[in-house]
Design a protein. Structure first.
Length: 118
């Protein structure tokens, strides 16, 4: 059974940094890990993804050059380093996972709040 738990959210001033962590269990080697976010009144949106065990990554245009997704395979943890944060980055951030080759993310964490003040 796949379980995901996020941590590392909080309140930060614009221009600051945060690092989110996602502790994962029950994943196979070929799983895809993603970060998504949902701001109040808006739909959930893709932020970044990486392939567990591989080096491929992709990012939403809105976070390219500011956010970095990485993983520690030994600790079964995926990270999202967020730099140069903006007020519009304020959202609940979710970690998600899917089996390689699946169309949608089947597994989600409960989310962690990130608030960026201006």
């Amino acid at each position: 059974q796949v379980q995901l738990v996020e941590s590392g959210g909080g309140l930060v001033q614009a221009g600051g940094s945060l690092r989110l962590s996602c502790a994962a269990s029950g994943l196979t080697f070929s799983s895809v890990m993603g970060w998504f976010r949902q701001a109040p009144g808006k739909e959930r949106e893709f932020v970044a993804r990486t392939i567990w065990g591989g080096s491929s990554t992709s990012y939403a245009d809105s976070v390219k050059g500011r956010f970095t997704i990485s993983r520690d395979n030994g600790k079964n943890t995926v990270f999202l380093q967020m730099n140069s944060l903006k007020p519009e980055d304020t959202a609940v951030y979710y970690c998600a996972a899917k089996r390689s080759g699946s169309s949608g993310y089947a597994y989600w964490g409960p989310g962690t709040q990130v608030t960026v003040s201006s």
